[in-house]
Design a protein around this ligand. Sequence first.
Ligand code: SF4
Length: 185
Amino acid sequence: MGVKDDDSLDEAVEALSDSVIITQLDSMISWGRKYSFFLYPFITACCGMEFMSVAGPRYDIDRFGAALPRFSPRQADLLFVVGTISHKQAPILVKVYNQMTEPKWVYAYGVCTVSGGMYDNYATVQGIDTLLPVDVYVPGCPPRPEMVLDGLIKLQEKVANTKGQLELASGIAPVGEADDRIVTG
Ligand code: SF4
């Protein structure tokens, strides 16, 4: 349709408004991504009970588009780290992260993953952000399901507001020297 002046443009927009949606490719991709997380639940401890509660019918994480847990990292783009991470488990966690599909996000679920929690000792990783780039931190011991859903909504907002969706990539985990032995390509 040829548009000669502002009035004609307004008329054209009005005529098409019921049948055409104009958007940017970036916005469309981010809209799709934020409602279709495929999460990998890396569950090690008692926060797992709370995760089951969030996944169950009462809180129903399905409403937010993150319903189907994937137990293959290559089919997942959201890593839910749920529970205490020991230094012995750290290499496995990093390996799972590195194998996940791009673009990917990390969710620190509960105070143990955020900071080591009450386990201020030599055996426990003092926050998974020493191993992986974390996108959302949700404290609590354990966090209430409402907090978990709130964290997920914040992650959705973050994804929606990220520019350059087509080039998004996190790369391999920036692990420390102690864990270099387990980084795989
Ligand atoms: S945050 Fe609390 S409930 Fe969750 S794994 Fe740690 S000790 Fe258990």
